[in-house]
Write a protein that binds this ligand. Structure first.
Ligand SMILES: [Zn+2]
Length: 279
């Protein structure tokens, strides 16, 4: 076990109504060093007030920084499912406009250095009407244009399957936005470019998935997508999973030291354009 390694959970949520900072402490105690804290809709806060919603994520990140030794980055965006939620109350045009304003606000946080990337961006993972689908694609296009201007990465949440990889890659090409910076959150072990159209995979860190992924290469991130909801403890995976599995695989020789360096430092530095302080 080498404490000099940085260990990143590329996609984790915390909730003031869940474990909050305690979740991050579990990650740190298991050997983790860096987090990308991704915005999620907080149910106990006005869902239409994206300003307060985003401030909640930024506030949580700040709290984790002050109470742990972790390096915390944030990703902000209105969640793709918020569009259909808003449409229960407003016509499509109005709902779309509210989403666009929220994307702009997330962009402002990126521009001013409070957020590292956009996330989660994408399309509903349940069936929707064709016009909602098109509106979601328009929002993706707009986000990528803004991300290009701001020179930042985007974490995608989409329905599964090759079609979604292909469509996102298509929109990115249209915008002239690098595929490498389109991070596909909630990826399985399909990490090769021929399998995912060149998007950057962030693999949900189930033992079997990571084992399959590393057999093909080390061009991926690891994530838990921990959602921090007390009604679903440790879903999707518990917050200590990434460091535990990384260190276990290193011990067993499933990961080489070079793999760990690649997955947890070189890949994020390249994709996000950051320099990760050595922890
Ligand atoms: Zn998530």
């Amino acid at each position: 076990m080498n404490p000099d390694f940085s260990i990143l959970d590329n996609h984790i949520h915390l909730d003031p109504e869940g474990l909050g900072v305690e979740g991050a402490k579990r990650f740190e105690q298991a050997g983790g060093s860096h987090l990308i804290l991704v915005h999620k809709p907080y149910h106990h806060i006005d869902r239409e007030d994206f300003g307060v919603q985003f401030e909640t994520t930024l506030g949580l990140a700040e709290k984790v920084r002050s109470e742990t030794g972790l390096v915390v980055y944030t990703a902000l965006s209105p969640h793709p499912a918020e569009l259909t939620r808003l449409m229960e109350k407003y016509p499509l045009e109005k709902a779309k406009e509210m989403m666009l304003e929220a994307i702009e606000l997330a962009g402002k946080h990126v521009r001013e250095g409070r957020a590292l990337a956009f996330g989660e961006v994408g399309r509903p993972h349940y069936p929707v009407e064709e016009y909602v689908w098109e509106a979601s694609n328009d929002l993706i296009l707009y986000t990528l244009e803004l991300a290009k201007e701001l020179d930042c990465a985007v974490q995608f949440h989409t329905e599964g399957g090759r079609d979604s990889f292909r469509d996102i890659a298509g929109i990115a090409k249209k915008v002239g936005y690098p595929l490498e910076r389109c991070v596909k959150h909630f990826s399985g072990p399909a990490i090769e470019e021929k399998e995912n159209f060149g998007l950057f995979p962030s693999v949900v860190s189930r033992k079997g998935s990571i084992k399959k992924a590393i057999a093909k290469g080390n061009r991926f991130f690891m994530e838990t997508d921990y959602i921090d909801e007390l009604s679903r403890p440790n879903a999707v995976l518990s917050p200590d999973t990434v460091p535990k599995l990384t260190l276990e695989f290193l011990r067993k020789g499933i990961f080489s030291e070079e793999d760990v360096l690649k997955i947890h430092r070189e890949n994020p530095e390249r994709v996000y354009g950051i320099e990760m302080e050595k922890k």
